[in-house]
Design a protein around this ligand. Structure first.
Ligand code: HH2
Length: 284
């Protein structure tokens, strides 16, 4: 029978989005806010990625630059030295697509050449003008995330009259720009960028208005895992905020999100299954 369920063609790898999916995070960095240093060694990063796939992650997001508030920029050379050995080792061992979490086109292109299939640009295409052509040339999928400024300055830029309307307008504009530059519309994913130039109130407003972002017609990704606002509100400890993260993920799926980005896929997969089962019964 002809299959009409939603799916994303990521450089030839098919990611089915007929129900919500889990993206597992591999931070190959010394300084990420919750797991900095744990996966700087390529073999540990690879083992972690494989374990996340086994736990049910259907995208593995590899990043070599921390974007925590205040973080300094990493050179493209250092970023490549961190991520390429990991992607190279994962390429033939993972069944699920790899995304590269970077703002730099040269890093994205090299990662795509090495076997990544999705570019996760946390700058929402504002950092590097060459990013859209790098994505388009590889027929890769593209995650467009909202942020303002750069990690070193973004906290100062958390001022909005209507955060949902402003984030929505930005994402729509950047998606259009990507399409005009040759990225296929069916390969674009949008992300409100929780915690990026946003305070706790802004993050909550975006969660409350998430269905308005989903109404743009692109799959929506939500990344709340271990973020400051979750730890502050759920209050379940500095290092672990898995229950707070689970609550955000369940509500994101109820509002129509297609992907949740997490550090711990195991519990997240259970949350997604439960939330998906209920979301199918939500009355309009
Ligand atoms: N959050 C982080 C990094 N990349 N990408 C998307 N699309 N959405 C997010 O919310 C997002 C992201 C920050 O989290 P983490 O990777 O754990 O930390 P760090 O940037 O310090 O490595």
């Amino acid at each position: 029978m002809f299959d009409t369920s939603p799916q994303l063609d990521c450089a030839g790898r098919i990611l089915r989005l007929d129900r919500a999916r889990v993206m597992g995070i591999v931070n190959v960095t010394p300084d990420s806010f919750s797991d900095g240093g744990r996966f700087l060694d390529p073999d540990r990063a690879v083992a972690h990625a494989l374990a996340m796939e086994a736990a049910g992650a259907t995208i593995i997001d590899v990043g070599g630059e921390s974007t925590r508030p205040g973080a300094e920029m990493v050179s493209a050379e250092d970023e490549l030295d961190r991520v390429l050995p990991v992607i190279e080792k994962l390429r033939d061992r993972l069944k699920v697509p790899i995304s590269i979490d970077t703002r730099k086109a040269v890093v994205a292109s090299a990662a795509l050449d090495e076997g990544a299939a999705i570019v996760n640009d946390v700058s929402g295409l504002t950092f590097d003008r060459a990013m859209t052509s790098a994505v388009a040339q590889a027929d890769a999928a593209l995650i467009v995330m909202h942020m303002r400024g750069v990690p070193a300055t973004m906290d100062r830029l958390a001022r909005y009259a209507d955060v949902v309307a402003e984030v929505r307008a930005f994402l729509e504009r950047q998606a259009q720009a990507a399409i005009s530059a040759g990225v296929d519309r069916s390969r674009i994913i949008l992300d409100p960028g929780l915690g990026f130039a946003k305070n706790a109130r802004h993050n909550l407003a975006l969660m409350g208005g998430l269905s308005e972002l989903c109404a743009l017609g692109y799959p929506v990704l939500v990344g709340a895992s271990r973020k400051r606002f979750v730890r502050a509100i759920a209050g379940d400890g500095e290092s672990d905020s898995s229950f707070g993260t689970a609550a955000v993920n369940a509500l994101a799926i109820a509002a129509g999100a297609s992907i949740v980005r997490v550090h711990e896929p195991g519990p997240a997969v259970a949350v997604v299954k439960m939330a998906v089962a209920i979301a199918e019964h939500i009355r309009a």
